[in-house]
Design a protein around this ligand. Structure first.
Ligand SMILES: Nc1ncnc2c1ncn2[C@@H]1O[C@H](COP(=O)(O)OP(=O)(O)O)[C@@H](O)[C@H]1O
Ligand SMILES: [Mg+2]
Length: 404
């Protein structure tokens, strides 16, 4: 990729308004002219292809609008899918190509592309497309379903390990599967996510929950705390003498904003089912319910499963029992627990003080260490991500692209 930026390159954490990867000088000249005519403040134009876009955006923040040249692409749909894997979900993509083919256009739109422009590109064509995409971008990305997944984690009792599981899942998805993840601690008074990740909570979450009008991309940029290239944390440590009065719509708005920036929102939920927790449960794609093998855990797991089936039947539930073996004599047998809850246990995590405590005390996610708990949580993170995309080269990739 040979690239020049028409505007000063920003740092990896700042967001460009537009980034373009175009394969020839004529197309590049058109993009440059439109960027200058529309006075787009932060834009970068590169000589390159969709493959270069995939490489760069795997390491950097996605722009608001991405223009990619797919004319040299043998498998445009599988390239676009790969691009979607590395991009932030809410980005709008305009593809430029040399095939005037309605079938391809339709397929690209079905794969979440906002527009497909056929070369030779003209300034007016690109300008019109950009304006449509920017004006209707938010709505369009919603229509195409390009929003991050919400994984809610809830403990049936205090101390059963919900935060341990949430922190580990977020870490494993971000570090081992290289997806952009935000770990959202909804317990703004007693939450322990930031503590468990050795981060300082930032003020701002309370403000957003009480005044949802403040929630926008800029607000998030100020309030999210970065743990690594791919993992961010949203949490608070509000005083105990001043309860947070969350606005009914605030959590919904916040979730939507997070979903358009991250592939995964992992929400660590407090046990009180207030309006904020209800909103997350209604929007969640997965609920990871964590319990111990106690009578009270069994009763509350059953009640939470019933609540979810009534409010969000399409949400997939993973029932995890943790700290198994800690108090052998007080434990309910697994079969009895499953009968009581009315569904099978999906994952059994042993009590493992030897591996867990040193990591927790060092402010590191349990999944980043060794031992059976770490291994099992990494496997669960893999399940939540789905199968790894197939290798690109060879006949298998071509075959799978036919079905993609
Ligand atoms: N499998 C396990 N083995 C040993 N200790 C564990 C295990 N899972 C969690 N813990 C410990 O249990 C305590 C409570 O965990 P936490 O995740 O804060 O629970 P919750 O969020 O459900 O209240 C923490 O000290 C944590 O390190
Ligand atoms: Mg907790």
């Amino acid at each position: 990729m040979t690239g020049t930026a028409v505007a000063k390159e920003t740092t990896t954490t700042e967001r460009l308004q537009l980034r373009a990867f175009v394969a020839d000088d004529e197309t590049r000249a058109v993009v440059e002219q439109v960027v200058s005519d529309l006075m787009i403040p932060a834009a970068a134009i590169h000589r390159g292809t969709v493959r270069d876009a995939i490489q760069l955006l795997g390491r950097q923040r996605s722009p608001r609008v991405l223009v990619v040249d797919i004319s040299a692409s043998e498998l445009p749909l599988s390239d676009i899918n790969e691009l979607a894997e590395v991009c932030e979900p809410g980005v709008s993509v305009i593809a430029v190509g040399d095939r005037n083919d309605v079938g391809l256009f339709r397929e690209l739109i079905n794969h979440g592309i906002s527009d497909y422009l056929v070369k030779p590109l003209t300034p007016s064509l690109l300008q019109r497309s950009l304006l449509t995409v920017v004006e209707g971008g938010g709505a369009h990305s919603r229509q195409t379903g390009r929003l991050g997944r919400i994984v809610a984690v809830m403990g049936c009792r205090g101390g059963v390990g919900a935060t341990t599981v949430a922190t580990s899942l977020a870490w494993a998805i971000a570090s081992r599967r290289h997806r952009r993840v935000v770990l959202f601690d909804l317990d703004v008074q007693f939450g322990s996510v930031a503590l468990g990740m050795d981060l300082d909570p930032v003020h701002g979450l309370r403000d957003a929950l009480e005044n949802p009008g403040r929630i926008d991309g800029l607000y998030l940029d100020r309030t999210l705390v970065r743990h690594s290239e791919t993992l961010w944390v949203l949490s608070a440590e509000e005083s105990l003498d001043d309860p947070v009065r969350a606005d009914r719509d605030a959590v919904g708005l916040l979730l939507h904003e997070l979903q358009s920036k991250f592939h995964f929102v992992v929400a660590d939920l407090p046990r009180q089912v207030g309006p904020a927790v209800q909103q997350v449960l209604q929007a969640a794609n997965n609920l990871v319910l964590v319990s111990d093998l106690s009578l009270a855990g069994m009763r509350d797991a059953m009640r939470l499963v019933q609540l979810l089936q009534a409010t969000n039947a399409s949400c997939s539930i993973t029932l995890v029992v943790n700290r198994v073996g800690e108090y052998r004599s007080g434990q309910i047998p697994k079969a009895e627990f499953e009968r009581g809850v009315g569904r099978p246990i999906d994952l059994v995590l042993p009590f493992d003080a030897k591996h867990v405590f040193p990591l927790v005390n060092a402010g590191r996610p349990v999944a980043s260490g060794n031992g059976p708990v770490a291994a099992a949580l990494c496997r669960l993170a893999d399940q939540l991500c789905g199968a790894k995309p197939p290798a690109r080269s060879g006949w298998l990739a071509k075959l799978s692209a036919l079905w993609s």
